[in-house]
Design a protein around this ligand. Structure first.
Ligand SMILES: NCc1[nH]cc(CCC(=O)O)c1CC(=O)O
Length: 311
C-alpha cells in the first residue's frame, strides 16, 4: 500500500478536539511508521458563538469550517465527533467517511463539586446545560432541578462551573476522558437514566472522496462494530429529520454475539412525552435498522412532536 508522506489533519482547536487529533496521530503512526502528520487547527462558528445555536446555522456549526479546509485542500484528513456531524443531510459533496474509530464511553456524567449524585441534588440545584436532550430528560426524571443555558467547550464549562455560574454540569464521559478530567465526575449516568446522543463517543475520519491513497491508508484505523453502530444511528437521524431544538436520543450496540440493536427516543422539550423504540437488526443491514427504528417513532407521532418545537 502506498501511504502519503505527509497527512495534514484539520480539526476544531478546542483542547478536546486537539486530544482527539493526538489519538489519530498515534494510531496512524502505529499503523504506518514513518508517516508525517501536521495539525491544522480551525475555529468554528460553534466555538465562537456563545448564544443559542439555532440562531447561527445550528447543526453544522462545529463542522462547517473544518469541511471547508478539507475541500479547499488546506488539509487532507478531518477528525470529527460523529455527534457533531449533521445527519439530516448528506456529508458535504466531495467528502466521505474513511473510518470510524473504536467507540469510547457513550454515557453522560454528572459533575458536582460537592460529589453528590443526581438523586441526591437538592431542589433548585442549577444544572448548566444547553442541550435540549439533557434538559428534556432531566425535566422528566428530576423536575425539581433547574437547567441554566451553558455553552462553550468542556474546559470552559468546567471553568464557568468553578466560577459559580451553575451548581453542577452534565458532560460526556468520553469528552472528560479526552481532556483528562475524569477526576471531576461525581456520577456516571446509565444510558437508561440519560439516553446519549446519536454518535456519542465516536470519532470519524473524513477525507476528500477522490483521495483514494489516503482513504486506503486510514481505513485500517476503523473499527467494524463501531462502523455498524454509527451507520444505524446516523440513518435513524437522517430518516427522522430532526432540527437543532429537537430532543432526540439513542444508541446502537453490537452485543457479544455480534447482534446489532438500536434503541432511540424522541421527547417533548418538557420531557412529558417520550416515544421509545428498540429493535434488533436480525437480517437487516445497519442502515435499514436505522430506518426501521425511525419509522417506528414516526408511527408514534414523532413528526408532530419535532415539527411542533420552535426552531
Ligand atoms: N457538543 C460538544 C461535544 N461534542 C462531542 C462531545 C463529547 C464527546 C463525544 O461524544 O464524542 C461533546 C461534549 C459533551 O457533550 O459533553
Amino acid at each position: 500500500m502506498s501511504v502519503p508522506e505527509l497527512i495534514r489533519i484539520v480539526s476544531r482547536d478546542s483542547p478536546m478536539a486537539l486530544a482527539q487529533v493526538e489519538r489519530v496521530r498515534a494510531e496512524l503512526t502505529a499503523l504506518h511508521p514513518g508517516v508525517r502528520t501536521e495539525v491544522v487547527p480551525v475555529k468554528t462558528t460553534g466555538d465562537k458563538w456563545m448564544g443559542d445555536l439555532s440562531q447561527v446555522e445550528g447543526k453544522g456549526a462545529f463542522t462547517k469550517e473544518v469541511d471547508a479546509a478539507l475541500l479547499a485542500g488546506e488539509a487532507d484528513l478531518a477528525v470529527h465527533c460523529v455527534k457533531d456531524v449533521p445527519a439530516d443531510r448528506p456529508l458535504p459533496a466531495g467528502t466521505t467517511f474513511a473510518a470510524f474509530l473504536k467507540r469510547d464511553d457513550i454515557r453522560d456524567a454528572l459533575v458536582h463539586p460537592g460529589g453528590l449524585t443526581l438523586d441526591e441534588l437538592p431542589a433548585g440545584t442549577r444544572i448548566g446545560t444547553s442541550s435540549v436532550r439533557r434538559v428534556a430528560q432531566l425535566a422528566a426524571t428530576h423536575p425539581e432541578l433547574e437547567c441554566v443555558p451553558f455553552r462553550g467547550n468542556a474546559n470552559r464549562r468546567l471553568a464557568k462551573l468553578a466560577a459559580g455560574e451553575a451548581d453542577a454540569l452534565l458532560l460526556a464521559v468520553s469528552g472528560l476522558e479526552r481532556i483528562e478530567r475524569q477526576d471531576v465526575i461525581s456520577e456516571i449516568l446509565s444510558p437508561e437514566t440519560m439516553m446519549p446522543p446519536i454518535g456519542a463517543g465516536i470519532l470519524a475520519l473524513q477525507c476528500r472522496q477522490d483521495d483514494s491513497e489516503l482513504i486506503d491508508a486510514v481505513s485500517g484505523l476503523g473499527d467494524p462494530d463501531t462502523h455498524r453502530e454509527a451507520t444505524a444511528e446516523r440513518m435513524f437521524l437522517h430518516v427522522l429529520q430532526g432540527h437543532c431544538n429537537s430532543p432526540i436520543a439513542g444508541y446502537a450496540r453490537v452485543d457479544r454475539s455480534g447482534e446489532l440493536s438500536l434503541r432511540a427516543c424522541v421527547f417533548t422539550p418538557d420531557g412529558k412525552v417520550r416515544l421509545n423504540a428498540h429493535e434488533w437488526a436480525g437480517r437487516l443491514d445497519p442502515a435499514t435498522l436505522g430506518t426501521s427504528v425511525a419509522v417506528a417513532l414516526l408511527r408514534q407521532g414523532a413528526r408532530e412532536i419535532i415539527d411542533g418545537i420552535p426552531h
